[in-house]
Design a protein around this ligand. Structure first.
Ligand code: GAR
Length: 198
């Protein structure tokens, strides 16, 4: 027990979070891991200089890095993440296509949350409200979230875990969005903890 405690004080696991928008998952993860000495949010990375995610990460006192699509594609971001000695790269509403050089360098170290039950409603153009609108239009009776590893193809990496919610006949895409957000906030920290500490 004491050894375990000492070990975690010496060696917290480091994560970086990639965001492109509001970053509500990012804020939830930062708040959650604030009280967990085993996991440290080292930095928040974004391709959007002034997105709410970056503003809120700075308010929370977390180091932030912004970069261009070009810098992601030419390996600059890979080099920087390498220097930080990161255990897990967490995509939380990160919307740029990630190049194969990055995904193969960090194989099985990048985790994404997708707001549907993959393989349904995944792929290019399927993000955020576009997913919820498509799910409602298709008349689905349930949806959910998928945590998966990231490879070079949109939403096709190995699935880690999925969680479902029901859709009522009168639900709008906004209703579904809020059910999905609740699921994500509840499960994302737990999934990361499991991946890093088991
Ligand atoms: C989340 O619902 C996440 O599942 C989705 O973007 C939202 C980001 O919300 N990601 C995708 O659609 C990826 N294909 P947040 O910025 O408030 O965390």
């Amino acid at each position: 027990m004491i050894f375990q405690a000492l070990n975690s004080m010496k060696n917290p696991k480091n994560i970086v979070i990639f965001v492109s928008g509001n970053g509500s998952n990012m804020s939830n993860l930062i708040a959650h891991f604030d009280s967990n000495p085993d996991i440290d949010v080292e930095s928040v990375f974004s391709n959007k200089k002034e997105c709410l995610g970056i503003i809120n990460a700075q308010k929370a006192g977390v180091n932030t890095v912004t970069f261009s699509k070009q810098e992601l594609e030419d390996g600059n971001v890979t080099e920087l993440v390498d220097l930080l000695n990161i255990d897990l790269i967490v995509l939380a509403g990160f919307l740029l296509k990630i190049p194969i050089e990055f995904t193969s360098h960090f194989e099985n170290k990048i985790v994404n949350v997708h707001p549907s039950l993959l393989p349904k409603f995944g792929g290019k153009g399927m993000y955020g409200k576009h997913v919820h609108k498509a799910v409602i239009e298709a008349g689905e009776t349930k949806s959910g979230i998928t945590f998966h590893y990231v490879n070079e193809n949109y939403d096709e990496g190995n699935i880690i875990e999925q969680f479902e919610c029901e859709i009522n006949p009168k639900d709008t895409w906004e209703d579904l969005e809020s059910k999905i957000q609740q699921l994500e906030h509840e499960h994302f920290p737990v999934v990361i903890e499991k991946l890093l500490t088991q």
